[in-house]
Design a protein around this ligand. Structure first.
Ligand code: HEM
Length: 474
């Protein structure tokens, strides 16, 4: 009897070991740097600007490599072919987002379709967002964008030293008006301040591995207890950010004075869109608008600010931009979106800025829905997948150094791949605000160039201060 039990036990153990060992030997994991037991190489990943090291590792381990630790696999993709073959062509496997236990469960951020898993609910929300963001829909915002660009120039004329605030306000205004119909003339800066605060919470809580509970979800219960004040503060910041502008629209609708906006349109839409109750429908609209505002304002701000920095650092490129605007537009008016296409150097300046310092250098991480194999590499279910946009951006034509700001490379016959094809992500989760953002960045940059000369501020001795871009989302 005992020998039978031992025999069955041994058989079970051997079967389990063969199963565990069998998987990776059939499909070997992608290569990657060596690591320590248990923590693997997670501790080697710097928390500041990790894309530099990930790009160095691409040169050593190739365009697909793996980092691991604490039971997690992180697969880093470093060229367009690999990204297209996985994120585009195998979209059903590669379109989930990582699970952020703290951001999702404790702060409710998993209701934002930017962080939701790739499921039917995400599909509905994404479709509803298209009402405001499809290439057809964004045409109606052209006059609004031009008004905001003119207001931006007036504010810059008044207080040029506050240029960061002015650009941030311009980017926020556009999305506030589109999503909630809050008119730009009476814009309450309160909503912009609210979004800044909310974005700083979001960027802190969505870095994979920031919280132990993200690695070990069973520790979730401990988190509010250990960091009670922090959790309460973060939760109320996110709630205010999602609820306050939404309540503003509801109040105006009740009074019959709500201007046209995405929120108003979706709330008045008689179709239930598959939501089971009025409350669910309302909640979805609240979070769709919040997601657009959250994802759209800071990214646009960051992209425009990068161009400003590049122009301040490269006066000769700025001069060429000025000359182009003077000769094509003249001095009597500001550029409009109809001028897009007739200012090739200004467009090259923008492309080069998106390439030189991409606004979102590691895009937004994905998670695999099931085990996969690619070129003989085993990629397990639940792996975090990072498209390294920084690495792609630094692969440009040999003639010009990748680290230098040279807009002329995009006017060459052998121009590198257009940053529009990678800066906004990929496949099914590609940025839904891409077309709107491209128009805004063009208009804000062209309008600033038409009216201003940009240079670094000086110190007390009159020397120009040195300018550095500290992070990606500036
Ligand atoms: C220059 C400006 C912008 C840049 C560089 C940018 C970049 C990105 C990137 C890299 C992603 C991740 C896509 C992926 O996972 O493959 C993304 C997602 C997203 N973006 Fe943008 N974006 C910009 C502007 C906007 C604007 C103006 C809006 C809305 C009005 C917006 C809304 C979103 C949303 C909602 C997502 C999540 C999509 C999803 O998960 O389904 N973005 N963006």
């Amino acid at each position: 009897m005992i020998t039978d039990i031992l025999a069955i036990g041994t058989l079970l153990i051997v079967t389990c070991l063969l199963w565990v060992w069998g998987k990776p030997s059939r499909y070997k994991y992608p290569p990657g740097p060596p690591g320590w037991p248990l923590v693997g190489n997670l501790l080697k990943i710097p928390s500041i600007q990790p894309w530099h090291l990930l790009t160095e590792w691409r040169h050593i381990y190739g365009s697909i490599f793996r980092l691991h630790g604490l039971g997690i696999s992180i697969v880093v993709l470093g060229d367009m072919t690999v990204i297209k073959e996985l994120l585009d062509a195998r979209g059903s496997t590669y379109s989930h987002r990582p699970v952020f236990t703290v951001a999702g469960d404790l702060l409710d951020l998993d209701k934002s379709f930017a962080l939701q898993p790739y499921d039917d609910d995400w599909k509905i929300r994404r479709r509803l967002a298209r009402v405001a963001l499809s290439p057809g829909a964004i045409k109606q915002y052209q006059p609004l964008q031009e008004d905001i660009a003119a207001l931006l120039n007036m504010a810059l004329l008044d207080t040029p030293e506050s240029f960061r605030n002015h650009i941030r306000l311009a980017a926020g205004r556009l999305i506030l008006t589109i999503t909630y119909g809050i008119p730009i003339s009476s814009l309450d800066d309160e909503f912009i301040a609210l979004s800044e605060e909310a974005m700083s919470v979001v960027s802190r809580v969505t870095v994979p591995g920031t919280y132990l509970a993200d690695v070990f979800p069973s520790l979730k219960g401990l988190h509010p207890w250990l960091f009670r004040n922090q959790v309460e503060h973060d939760r109320s910041t996110i709630r205010d950010f999602i609820n306050r502008p939404f309540h503003h629209v509801q109040k105006q609708m009740a009074e019959g004075i709500a201007p046209s906006s995405l929120a108003q349109h979706l709330l008045e839409d008689p179709s239930d869109h598959g939501f089971s109750s009025k409350q669910d429908h309302e909640d979805a609209v609240r979070w769709i608008c919040g997601a657009l505002y959250g994802a759209g304002a800071e990214t646009t701000f960051s992209a425009v600010l990068t161009v400003i920095l590049a122009l301040a650092l490269h006066p000769e490129k700025q001069d060429r931009g000025h000359r182009e605007i003077d000769s094509i537009i003249g001095a009597g008016r500001l550029p409009t979106l109809d001028d897009k296409g007739s200012l090739p150097y200004v467009e090259a300046l923008i492309k080069e800025s998106l390439r030189w310092h991409p606004a979102v250098p590691l895009s937004l991480a994905r998670r695999t829905a099931k085990d996969d194999s690619y070129l003989g590499h085993f990629i397990p279910e639940g792996a975090i997948v990072i498209p390294n946009i920084w690495a792609i951006a630094s692969d440009c034509n040999d003639q010009y150094s990748p680290s230098q700001f040279i807009p002329e490379r995009f006017l060459d016959e052998n121009a590198p791949i257009d940053p529009a094809t990678y800066s906004f992500g990929f496949g099914r989760r590609i940025c839904p605000g891409k077309h709107l953002a491209e128009n805004s960045v063009f208009l804000f940059v062209a309008s600033i160039l038409a009216a201003f000369e940009i240079s670094a501020d000086t110190d007390l001795e009159g020397n120009p201060i040195s300018l550095v871009l500290n992070s990606a989302l500036v």
